[in-house]
Design a protein around this ligand. Structure first.
Ligand SMILES: CC(=O)N[C@H](C=O)[C@@H](O)[C@H](O)[C@H](O)COP(=O)(O)O
Length: 229
């Protein structure tokens, strides 16, 4: 059985430090709601949140561990950072699969090899380019995802990187997961048409602050100064 069946919607239940929803219990409720809504898997950050989500759902969990400086390699940057997340119940590990230097000086290949051999779970490599996707696959990744496109320099676009999904799907011999700034059913359709095997949606479902900001910014610029009846 594949952990991420084709056409799965993966809901990323991650909170932002300092946000009112920054709690493992609340992310577990988000995961339950995602399951009721038809999600095929959950993505979650850190052992505490993975454990809370594991307690309320049997859906596959893609575990990550964000550590260190977000301007560098910080999504599950080392073998050690994956250990507790798998211990808490993650079924797959996602990690930074970009070509950037890793904080412990280890190679991506060695990190993937150790997670496969010592923790026994598949790897999803979060990449930002076709070259990184090819290298991550060559290093042993089981899935590649577009997660880091737009976050490694050169500015962040507003929508998903549909073109990278298409180019990765043509280049790598493993499933391609679309992730990053997927906010509407049209975005989901576009990445599926481009060849995505599964689609990850985070903020548009699980971050009420972000959802409010996007909708609030769409009101008339004169709204706040308009006279009220
Ligand atoms: C770049 C980075 O650190 N992405 C993180 C990866 O785990 C999360 O902060 C995102 O929320 C996730 O990728 C889902 O994306 P979106 O929230 O845009 O649907």
């Amino acid at each position: 059985m594949t952990l991420l069946p084709p056409g799965s919607l993966v809901v990323s239940c991650q909170s932002i430090p300092g946000d009112p929803f920054d709690s493992a219990e609340l992310m577990a409720l988000m995961a339950r709601a995602a399951e009721l809504g038809g999600a095929g898997a959950i993505r979650a950050n850190g052992a505490e949140h993975v454990a809370a989500i594991r307690a309320v759902t049997a859906l596959p969990i893609i575990g990550i561990n964000k550590l260190g400086d977000p301007s560098g390699v910080f999504i599950t940057p080392t073998f050690e950072s994956a250990v507790d997340v798998v211990g808490a119940g993650a079924d797959l590990i996602a990690l930074d699969g970009t070509l950037r230097p890793r904080p412990d000086g280890q190679s991506l290949r060695r990190q993937i090899e150790r997670i496969h051999q010592e923790l026994g779970v598949p790897i999803l490599a979060d990449v930002d380019s076709v070259d990184a996707g090819l290298a991550a696959r060559d290093a042993g990744a089981d899935y590649v995802a577009t997660t880091l496109s737009g976050y490694t320099g050169g500015g962040t676009p507003t929508g998903p990187d549909v073109d990278l999904v298409r180019r990765l799907a043509a280049a790598v011999d493993c499933p391609v997961v679309a992730e990053g700034r997927i906010r509407t059913p049209e975005h989901v359709r576009a990445v599926c048409d481009a060849g995505a095997h599964a689609v990850v949606v985070g903020s548009a479902i699980t971050n009420p602050t972000h959802i409010t900001t996007r909708l609030a910014s769409a009101t008339s610029p004169n709204w706040s100064t308009r006279s009220r009846p």
